[in-house]
Design a protein around this ligand. Sequence first.
Ligand SMILES: NC(=O)c1ccc[n+]([C@@H]2O[C@H](COP(=O)([O-])OP(=O)(O)OC[C@H]3O[C@@H](n4cnc5c(N)ncnc54)[C@H](OP(=O)(O)O)[C@@H]3O)[C@@H](O)[C@H]2O)c1
Length: 334
Amino acid sequence: MSIHKGGGFGMKAIVINQLGGPEVMIYQEVPMPKYEADEVLIRVLKTSVNFADVKNRRGQKSKGNFPLILGLDLVGVIEEVGEEVKDLEVGQRVIAFPKSGSYAEYAVAHELLTYPIPANISMETAAASPIVSFLSYQLLHSVGGLQQGESVLIHSGAGGVGTTAIRMAKYLGAKQIFATVGHESKMEKALQVGADAVFTYDNFTEKIITKTEGEGVNLVLDSVAGNVTARSVACLSLYGRLVHFGNSSGEVGEVKTKDVHASCRSFLGYSLGTTRKHKPELLKKISGHVIKLLQSKAIEVEIGHQFYLQEMSEAHKLIEERRHQGKIIIHVND
Ligand SMILES: NC(=O)c1ccc[n+]([C@@H]2O[C@H](COP(=O)([O-])OP(=O)(O)OC[C@H]3O[C@@H](n4cnc5c(N)ncnc54)[C@H](OP(=O)(O)O)[C@@H]3O)[C@@H](O)[C@H]2O)c1
């Protein structure tokens, strides 16, 4: 049975009524989101900015169903629970991948996508971590099959996913971690979080071939696409894997069948969005493991910038203009 609770009174949110630049995001009063029997209503304490939010705002990922509230992850406190929810209760501190946008004072999430967090994880870390920590674990461990002693290349190594993936690769036992960045000024950040060598996009292929004594790198995390994809394949080892999971360049990357057959290499793809929608139980399965890594500080999430909800346009400008490093977190109800 489907119940519809919530929705009765107003909340503040960042709303967009048209696609466009950061200026289309308006801080305004909207109705509370409604929740179903297997969902929870969460009072959002903090959220974060992901590159997908920028693409959604511009209309590059979806056409937009206005009025639209963006935002893919959050930390908050459970305010109400649907009648079929079994393992969650009111007052619990949780991280979640919400169904309704997280750029808001309240959001709704399915029980399989809502995870209680231990008291010793700071709210900042919790807010910054859902997308980047779950994604990095999935890309490196589950999809890319990183083995102890292998080498890995992580593109956009100073960004939110990049800095977390470098730390995760180190934790999972990578021997050599290479990263790329869009500008030399970002190299220090990728080195600081654990990369062994950092290059710019224009010359990484040759440098990696040299650094690996001609063998190439075992695993590539490609979130850029365009010509970066082919140039990554050009330095991928025998039996190497390239995981494609984003196209921040705005271009499509090209791969050829002849690049995988004799070399025993693999092209793989991954989307957290698809997994949230079609296989949420997989994320629930790994949530305990990822949260333990955060709790023990085996994995730390690099927080680069902090804003209030009302300042969302500034936060979006920062990520769009490639001026940020690490994660951008947003204070909502604290
Ligand atoms: N498949 C999934 O489920 C999934 C989930 C989350 C994120 N992602 C993808 O992972 C990537 C990183 O996401 P994030 O949220 O952590 O963002 P981010 O890395 O913090 O920011 C995006 C970065 O992309 C790089 N970039 C390269 N070409 C660009 C261009 N033409 N315009 C703007 N930026 C460009 C920039 O780094 P440099 O200046 O160093 O190049 C920029 O800082 C994105 O491609 C995102 O779509 C995928």
